[in-house]
Design a protein around this ligand. Structure first.
Ligand code: UD1
Ligand code: CA
Length: 453
C-alpha cells in the first residue's frame, strides 16, 4: 500500500496517431483552443498532482516541447518502441523513481475526462482497491477491452476484444484506459505482464488479473461514454469538440450568462464570462477572453485575447484581437477591429474602423471609417487619442501620432502630426464650387444617351 497520499499522473502520448492523416502529432490537435495534451495536463493540474510524466515516442520533440511549455514541471519519458500500453507505463519508471503515492494513468488522446471523475477513482483507490479502472458502456463495445466483474462487484480482469471468449464479448462494460493504481505495486505488477496474446503486445490491462492473483482487490467506476471518448481520427476530434462545446455552454449559462442560441456560440477552454453577460447568435471566443458583468456581445462577433469591462457593448460583427482592452461602458460597433489597444471607459468606436496599437481615451468618439495606420511595412507604431477627443469620419491616423484631450479631427483627414488638446485638425483641400457647372455639363450632352447611372 502506498505510504503517501500524493498523486502522480502518467500520461501516455507515444502513439503515432496515423489515422489523423496529419503532420501534427495527434495529441497536439486542439479542442476549444488547447491541444488534447494540454487538456490532459490541465486535468492533472485540477487534481493537484505532485508529479507528472508524459510518455512520448521517438522523434516527437514537438510533443515534449508542447508538454514543457504547458507544464514546465512535466517530466518526459521516452518509450523507444510502441510495444503496448504496459510497456508505455513501464517507460515512465525512471521518472517515477522515489514516488510512492497513487499513480493515475491517463491517455493524451482521451481529453474529456473530468476532475470529479478522477477524484471518485482516487477515493475508491484509497478505500482499498489496488487498481481502479474507469469503465464505460459504449454503443458498440467491439473495439474495447471488457471489464470482467465478480459477484462482489469487484473487478477480476480486463480482456482485450481480440482475446475475448464469446461470453466475454457480450459484456457491455468496457475499459476507457484511465486507471488509478497503488504506486507501491504498479511497477511490480508490470514486471509480470507478458505479450502472449492476440496482438503480441504488452497489455496494461493484464495488471488486473495479476493483482487478483496476489489477492489484491480491484474496482471499476463508470463514466459517461462522452467523457472517455478517445480521439483517433478527425471525425472523433469533431465529436470531442462538440461534447466540449456543450459543456462550456452549460457552464457559462450556469454561471449567469445568457446565450441567445447556445449551439451557435463557440467557447475557448479558458473563456471567462461574468454575470448577466448576453451573448448573441454566432459568436466565437478564441483563447484568452475575459468578459465582465453586464456586457452585451451581439451576433457574429469574434473575440480572442481580449478583456472587456463591465457594461461594454461589442458588435454585431465586432472583432476583438489579442490585446484589445475595452473599458467600462465602452462601445465597439459593427465591422470594428481592435488589436493591442485600450479603449477607455465610455469611449465609442461604432462603425467600420481599425484601431490597432492605440489608446482611445475615456469618452472619446471615433467616427465611422477611422483607421489607425499603425504599420509602415517594418514596424508597428502607437496612436494615442486623448479623453473626450472627437475623430471625424474617415480619418487616417498615421502613427506614431498623438491627439490631445478634447481635440477634433475633420472628416477625411490624414493626420500625420500631433494635435493639441481642444484644437481642430483639418487636412483636406478647400472645397471649390463652380456655379452652374452641372447644368452646363448636362446641356452639352443633351440629345445623347441619358446621363444618369
Ligand atoms: C486500449 C486498452 C483497451 C481500452 C482502449 C480504450 C490496452 C491493452 N487496451 O486499447 O482495453 O478499451 O484502450 O481506448 O491497454 N500507447 C503508447 N504506447 C504504446 C501503445 C499505446 O503510448 O506502446 C498510448 C496510445 O498513444 C494511446 C493509448 O496508449 O493514447 C492507448 O493505446 P491504443 O493502442 O490506442 O490502445 P487500444 O488498443 O485502443
Ligand atoms: Ca485507442
Amino acid at each position: 500500500m502506498s505510504s503517501s497520499t500524493e498523486i502522480a499522473a502518467i500520461i501516455l502520448a507515444a502513439g503515432q496517431g496515423t489515422r489523423m492523416q496529419s503532420s501534427l502529432p495527434k495529441v497536439l490537435h486542439p479542442l476549444a483552443g488547447r491541444s488534447m495534451l494540454g487538456h490532459v495536463l490541465g486535468l492533472s493540474e485540477a487534481i493537484a498532482v505532485a508529479r507528472r510524466v508524459v510518455v512520448v515516442g521517438p522523434n516527437m520533440p514537438i510533443v515534449s516541447g508542447a508538454a514543457r511549455s504547458h507544464a514546465p514541471d512535466a517530466r518526459i519519458a521516452l518509450q523507444e518502441n510502441q510495444l503496448g500500453t504496459a510497456d508505455a507505463v513501464k517507460a515512465a519508471a525512471g521518472e517515477m523513481a522515489g514516488f510512492d503515492g497513487d499513480a493515475l494513468i491517463l491517455y493524451a488522446d482521451t481529453p474529456l475526462v473530468r476532475a470529479e471523475t478522477v477524484r471518485a477513482m482516487l477515493s475508491a483507490r484509497r478505500s482499498g482497491a489496488s487498481v481502479v479502472v474507469l469503465g464505460f458502456r459504449p454503443v458498440d463495445p467491439s473495439p474495447y477491452g471488457r471489464l470482467v466483474m465478480n459477484a462482489a462487484d469487484g473487478l477480476d480482469a480486463i480482456i482485450e476484444s481480440k482475446d475475448c471468449t464469446a461470453e466475454q464479448r457480450a459484456i457491455g462494460l468496457c475499459n476507457s484506459g484511465v486507471m488509478a493504481v497503488d504506486g507501491a505495486v504498479l511497477f511490480s505488477l508490470l514486471e509480470e505482464v507478458g505479450n502472449n496474446n492476440a496482438k503480441g503486445e504488452y497489455y496494461l490491462t493484464d495488471i488486473i488479473a495479476i493483482a487478483r492473483k496476489r489477492g489484491l482487490s480491484c474496482a471499476a467506476i463508470e463514466a459517461d461514454a462522452d467523457e472517455v471518448l478517445g480521439v483517433n481520427s478527425r471525425v472523433e476530434l469533431a465529436q470531442a469538440e462538440a461534447i466540449l462545446q456543450n459543456r462550456l455552454r452549460h457552464a457559462a449559462m450556469l454561471n449567469g450568462a445568457t446565450l441567445l442560441d447556445p449551439s451557435t456560440v463557440y467557447f475557448s477552454y479558458d473563456t471567462k464570462l461574468g454575470r448577466d453577460v448576453v451573448v448573441g447568435q454566432n459568436v466565437v471566443f478564441g483563447p484568452g477572453v475575459s468578459v465582465a458583468d453586464g456586457v452585451q456581445i451581439k451576433p457574429f462577433s469574434h473575440l480572442e485575447g481580449a478583456i472587456v469591462a463591465a457594461g461594454a457593448e461589442i458588435g454585431p460583427y465586432g472583432r476583438l484581437r489579442p490585446g484589445a482592452d475595452v473599458g467600462k461602458g465602452a462601445r465597439i460597433g459593427n465591422f470594428v477591429e481592435v488589436k493591442a489597444a485600450r479603449i477607455e471607459d465610455g469611449a465609442k468606436v461604432s462603425h467600420l474602423s481599425y484601431i490597432g496599437d492605440a489608446r482611445v481615451g475615456a469618452g472619446a468618439n471615433i467616427g465611422a471609417g477611422t483607421i489607425t495606420c499603425n504599420y509602415d511595412g517594418f514596424e508597428k507604431h502607437f496612436t494615442d487619442i486623448g479623453a473626450g477627443a472627437f475623430i471625424g469620419s474617415n480619418t487616417c491616423l498615421v502613427a506614431p501620432v498623438k491627439i490631445g484631450d478634447g481635440a477634433f479631427t475633420g472628416s477625411g483627414s490624414v493626420i500625420t502630426q500631433d494635435v493639441s488638446p481642444d484644437a481642430l485638425a483639418l487636412v483636406r483641400p478647400q472645397q471649390v464650387e463652380k456655379a452652374g457647372w452641372a447644368a452646363r455639363f448636362r446641356a452639352r450632352f443633351s440629345g445623347k444617351k441619358s446621363g444618369h447611372g
